[in-house]
Design a protein around this ligand. Structure first.
Ligand code: SF4
Length: 148
């Protein structure tokens, strides 16, 4: 098995790029059904329901069988994009993105209060991992503005 090390801000655990019968979970909705996947060169090749999952006991829906479509979609963002004055986007690094967002949020909170910041999202079509991150981030900003 080989593994790829990702930025520690994303994960402290190396992600296997080649693996058979790798257990994981589907994150396409809040049920987090158990999956067993085969990974080849970083791409999911086979997806099965994980019968040993204490959550789903061998069940997954059609979205779970299609999780590779979302993981490897051509329009999926893997780097921050910054809006340019002409309306286009430029790719920037994570440190720059986080620093600029933090500075702008700090300015908004100072000038207008935490109530000026809100979270819009956590719908039902793609990924619910934004929920724990987003809601925790809102709480740290002392805002209760949550729309979904
Ligand atoms: S999308 Fe389907 S497989 Fe994925 S967690 Fe939800 S119910 Fe389970």
């Amino acid at each position: 098995m080989s593994a790829v090390q990702v930025d520690p801000s994303i994960s402290k655990v190396p992600i296997e790029t080649n693996a058979k019968d790798q257990t994981t979970v589907c994150v396409l909705c809040s049920h987090n059904c158990g999956l067993t996947v085969d990974i080849n060169d970083g791409h999911i090749e086979n997806i099965r329901a994980d019968a040993s999952s204490p959550i789903s006991h061998g069940y997954i829906c059609n979205k779970g069988f299609s999780v590779d479509h979302y993981v490897n979609h051509a329009q999926r963002l893997s780097q921050p994009l910054k809006r340019k004055p002409d309306g286009g986007f430029e790719q920037i690094g994570w440190e720059q993105a986080i620093a600029e967002i933090a500075e702008r949020l700090s300015t908004i909170i100072t000038q207008h209060s935490p109530r000026a910041c809100g979270l819009v999202g956590i719908g039902g079509q793609a990924n619910h991992l934004d929920a724990p991150y987003g809601v925790t981030f809102l709480s740290l900003m002392k805002s209760r503005r949550f729309f979904n």
